[in-house]
Design a protein around this ligand. Structure first.
Ligand SMILES: C[S@@+](CC[C@H](N)C(=O)[O-])C[C@H]1O[C@@H](n2cnc3c(N)ncnc32)[C@H](O)[C@@H]1O
Length: 211
């Protein structure tokens, strides 16, 4: 289907519009956004095409960087919303060094169940570190609540992931919220999204260590 040689995620195509709707509501004008685990880069491109003034910083781990860099090089300047920018992607593994902030928002989609459970607190702490005062952390993906999946298909997906690698798996929302609150990240909304996913929006109460 895709002849441009770039990585492509059908899930991105399905969820990009509902995610955009919420980002429109939550992002301040001209927000600087750090995206963690940008993957194919489809979200980066889509959001920058529809959010005037947004300054989007994609990122990926080194071993997945080539495809992302290819998409940003190919599409990162085309058809952007007025004043919007997509920066060249940077290398970011949440357990290692983070880029210098501040960012008004950190956004990540479908990464928490892929990164090892032990990396999730690093995602939260790193976000606190780079967020501007009252900055937002927006996390899209599947979650379970009090040990219950929101759909049987999520339960099957979780079992599949854990079989591939016991460190992967659908995360428990309440555990995530508790860890986030310890770091000064307070839940603003937990929105239902397509395919039994959620979008969690946290606001940082701290000013970020780099400010
Ligand atoms: C299922 S893909 C999602 C990609 C993209 N965000 C999307 O919505 O299509 C999971 C992503 O998580 C990233 N990831 C896994 N572990 C990570 C880590 N420790 N730090 C940063 N990203 C990580 C992977 O590189 C991969 O791009």
């Amino acid at each position: 289907m895709h002849h441009d040689g770039l990585p492509f995620s059908p899930a991105c195509l399905r969820n990009q519009e509902p995610i955009l709707t919420l980002l429109r509501r939550w992002l301040a004008p001209n927000a600087r956004v750090l995206e963690v685990g940008s993957g194919s880069g489809q979200h980066a491109i889509h959001m920058a095409r529809h959010l005037p003034g947004v300054r989007w910083q994609p990122s990926e781990r080194q071993d997945s960087m080539a495809g992302l860099a290819g998409r940003i090089a190919q599409e990162g300047q085309q058809g952007l919303a007025p004043g919007a920018q997509v920066a060249p992607p940077v290398v970011l593994d949440v357990t290692e060094d983070w880029p210098a902030g501040p960012f008004e928002a950190v956004f990540t989609a479908n990464t928490l169940h892929i990164m090892p459970a032990a990396a999730v607190p690093h995602l939260l702490a790193g976000s606190v570190q780079v967020l501007a005062a009252a900055g937002l952390l927006l996390i899209y993906g599947p979650f379970r609540y009090g040990d219950r999946h929101t759909a049987a298909s999520n339960g099957a997906f979780d079992a599949h992931l854990r079989q591939l690698d016991p460190a992967m798996g659908v995360r428990d929302a309440e555990e995530l919220l508790a860890e986030a609150a310890r770091l000064g990240l307070h839940l603003q909304v937990d929105a239902a999204m397509p395919a039994n996913n959620r979008l969690l929006v946290f606001q940082s109460s701290s000013e970020g260590r780099r400010r």
